[in-house]
Ligand binder design. Sequence first.
Ligand code: ADP
Ligand code: MG
Ligand code: ZN
Length: 502
Amino acid sequence: MQNSWSLPMQSKNYEIIIGLEVHAQLATRSKMFCRCAVDVDAKPNTKVCPICLGLPGVLPQTNDQAIKLGIRAALALGCSVNLESRWARKHYFSPDLPKGYQITQYEHPLAEKGVLELPGFDKKVRIRRLHLEEDAGKLIHSTRKTLVDFNRCGVPLAEIVSEPDIRSVEEADAYLKELRLVLRTLGVSEAEMERGHFRCEPNISVRPRGQKKLGVRSEIKNLNSFKAVREGIARAVKDQIEWLQQGKEIVQTTYLWDEKLRELRPMRAKETAADYRYFPEPDLPPLILEPFEIEEIKKQIMGTTVPSNQGTTVSFDVSFVLPAQKRKEWLEKGLKKQDVEVLVAEPEWERYFIQLSNVGASVKEASTWLLNEARGILAERKETLAEFKVPVKELASLIKLLRDGKLTRPAAKELLAAMADKGRNAAELMEELDLGGVSDEGLLEKTARKVIEENPDACGRYHKGKTNVIGFLLGQCMAKLRGKADPKAVREMLMKLLSETR
Ligand code: ADP
Ligand code: MG
Ligand code: ZN
């Protein structure tokens, strides 16, 4: 099947160039320059004050937490953080921008020159800059009128701008997913796309293969889903190739993505910096940082996740370890790629996994019983880990019962399903459901003798050298024991008795 963003054949003659701008909402409680709560879902226009409404005679004040989160993100992306950065006003007219300008950073951003490695692509995308700014409000359009909600005015954002290093729709997708994961993992942003916490503006150009000079770019405004990004970029590439083939000149343009028609609607010819009449923000002093402040934040993101050999320690607050570092550590511990991605991308699974390791499960046991079995059960029931009725301690007991030979694997699976249903203690429920393994030598021997008696032919063949008959006899024993014995012990018992009856 073709992806909705797959490109036509003739695109092979062109090189696709993409640079991405991302606006990530910083996970602060209050706004960037005032004390209003960040709560965009509140009743419209209830989280506002004279500062974020842009009334005259008030002064903005920077939010320290937003700055810290910005630095954390910048360091995670390998950027150098500037000891001095500056605020600027970016002017444009919009009904959702009551001040008539946005406070942002322009010539002196918070951080510059970073890099993001795309997992699975063996590729690094350079980050041009990361700066802080404030969001605008929201327009709500209905058929007869347009309403405006200012709750979002002044909400802190980090804008992260890549170099034009991305070469395909797939790479763009991977870049965004990894960036989002970094921000979420470090608690910098909730980065929920559907809630507008993570918005992407792709810049796209194409050039004939071999040409050095970059083509003229199209920019697509504020895309809110991975799908829209993929489809929007593919559309821009197709359009541009077509224009070039028709000998048309491409004019730098800003577009809106029409999700329904799957078309790009020109919004305006690209504005230049001059259109924004940037100038230094007179109401805010430069943002000055001390080296130790940056060092402190740097130390936070240098932790390691993986429990040590004995599974007894977690050396650092796991929420601050970078995804790339986690991947490396879990892979070294022998986890499969697919399991590693679960741990890296889903913090609640990671937390459970680590706790399980800390109470004695090996990485192998934890991946089998948590990431395969329990995850399978929950997926089937369309439930989340939060709804899982088995506490860490009880899953650990189940694993130990299995390890000690008190449960067979099939019985352990059955027990886990029952525990997930009833939320009961492993050992008790094992007794109650009579799932415990038969480790009683006497019963094993009695059963094996019975099976030998009942199958003289098979035993005869065994004695004549058809040793694989043992599999059949074993099956008979296991059936009588309802699968609850350790097959290895039963096989040994059978061999012993058969050699005696020879
Ligand atoms: P603006 O703020 O005007 O959009 P920037 O210089 O900040 O401009 O660049 C925005 C983004 O466009 C960056 O991510 C950059 O990598 C990308 N970009 C610049 N030139 C091109 C091009 N010719 N083709 C594709 N992307 C480009
Ligand atoms: Mg732009
Ligand atoms: Zn306010």
